[in-house]
Design a protein around this ligand. Structure first.
Ligand SMILES: [Zn+2]
Ligand SMILES: [Zn+2]
Length: 283
C-alpha cells in the first residue's frame, strides 16, 4: 500500500437499515452509513449521508461553510437521513455536490425532493443554499480535486451504486449494500469486481449471518463470508465489514469478524476488521 500521504478514512456511521441505540451496541455504534475520506487540504469526500453525517458536522464545525463531494449509494433511508441534520450544508457559502443513482426516469434530485419536504421535514431541497447540487451518476467516472471516482452498479434492491475512489495511488472501494446471489455464494457481478479490482481496502456490506440470509434471501444484503469472497476475487487483502445489522450487538459483530478472519487466511485476505463508529484508517 502506498504511504507517505495524509489520507484518512473516518467512519461516522456503520449501521445498516435503521439507527439504533442500546448499551449492547455501544462499541460499534448505532448511526447509519457515513464514511468520510480526507486528504491534506482537499475537500472531503463523503460516502453516504446516513445519520452518522450529523457527527461529521460536529467535527467539521457547525457554523463553518463546507465544500464537499457526497457519493450516495442509493436512496434508502439509512443512506440519506443525515443530510438535513448536517448543519454546514445550510451555510450560504457551502458548496456541496451530491452524486447518486437516478431511479428509473426519476433524477436523484427528484428522489431527494420527495423525502425532504413537508410534512416529513420542515424544509425542501429547493431551500438549501444555491451551492448544493444533486447530480445523477451511473456507471461512469469523474474527477473531483485529486480524486478519480468511479460509480458502478451493485446488485441490491433498486438502483444502487458502489464507488471506487482513487487518490494519490490509493484505491478505496465502497459497497455498503450488496445482494448475495441466492444459492450461488461464489458468483460476483462483473461490475462489482471492476469497482473492487486490486483496491487497497474494500468497505463492504456484512449485514447477515448465514442463517439470517436464509430467511431473508432477497432483502439485498450478504454475509461477511460473501464480502470475503468479493475481496478475494478482486485481489484485495484488506476488508472492512460494514453496514452491521441493527439487531447485532457488539459481541455478535465481534464473533462475525473473528469467523471471517479465520476463513480469510485460506483466501489470501490478510486484514479483516469490523467498522466501528469513530474508527480512522490511515492509508
Ligand atoms: Zn443500507
Ligand atoms: Zn439499501
Amino acid at each position: 500500500m502506498p504511504s507517505g500521504n495524509n489520507l484518512r478514512v473516518t467512519f461516522y456511521g456503520v449501521r445498516g437499515s435503521t439507527p439504533c441505540s442500546s448499551d449492547a451496541l455501544r462499541r460499534y455504534g448505532g448511526n447509519t452509513s457515513c464514511v468520510v475520506i480526507e486528504n491534506d487540504d482537499q475537500a472531503p469526500i463523503v460516502c453516504d449521508v446516513g445519520t452518522g453525517l450529523r457527527n461529521f458536522g460536529a467535527a467539521w464545525g457547525q457554523v463553518r461553510p463546507v465544500e464537499a463531494t457526497m457519493l450516495i449509494s442509493h436512496l434508502h433511508w439509512d443512506h440519506v437521513q443525515g443530510l438535513p441534520f448536517f448543519n454546514p450544508i445550510h451555510h450560504h457559502n457551502s458548496a456541496v455536490t451530491l452524486y447518486g443513482p437516478p431511479h428509473g426516469e426519476q433524477s436523484m434530485r427528484e428522489s431527494f425532493s420527495g423525502l425532504m419536504r413537508p410534512p416529513y421535514f420542515p424544509i425542501c431541497c429547493d431551500q438549501l443554499p444555491r451551492g448544493v447540487r444533486f447530480l445523477d451518476a451511473k456507471s461512469e467516472s469523474f474527477v473531483v480535486g485529486d480524486a478519480k471516482i468511479t460509480a458502478g452498479n451493485v446488485p441490491h434492491v433498486g438502483d444502487t451504486n458502489g464507488y471506487r475512489i482513487e487518490i494519490d495511488g490509493v484505491v478505496i472501494a465502497y459497497l455498503p449494500d450488496h445482494q448475495e446471489p441466492v444459492g450461488s455464494p461464489t458468483s460476483v457481478a462483473a461490475s462489482v469486481l471492476e469497482l473492487c479490482d486490486g483496491a487497497d481496502v474494500i468497505i463492504h456490506d456484512a449485514q447477515f449471518t448465514a442463517e439470517e440470509l436464509k430467511s431473508r434471501p432477497h432483502w439485498g444484503h450478504c454475509t461477511p463470508r460473501y464480502a470475503l469472497e468479493v475481496a478475494a476475487q478482486a485481489g484485495v487483502d484488506r476488508l472492512v465489514l460494514f453496514h452491521h445489522d441493527p439487531w447485532h450487538d457488539d459481541d455478535t459483530v465481534d464473533s462475525l469478524a473473528q469467523m471471517c478472519r479465520e476463513e480469510a487466511k485460506d483466501l489470501g485476505v490478510r486484514h479483516v476488521i469490523a467498522a466501528s463508529e469513530g474508527l480512522v484508517l490511515r492509508l
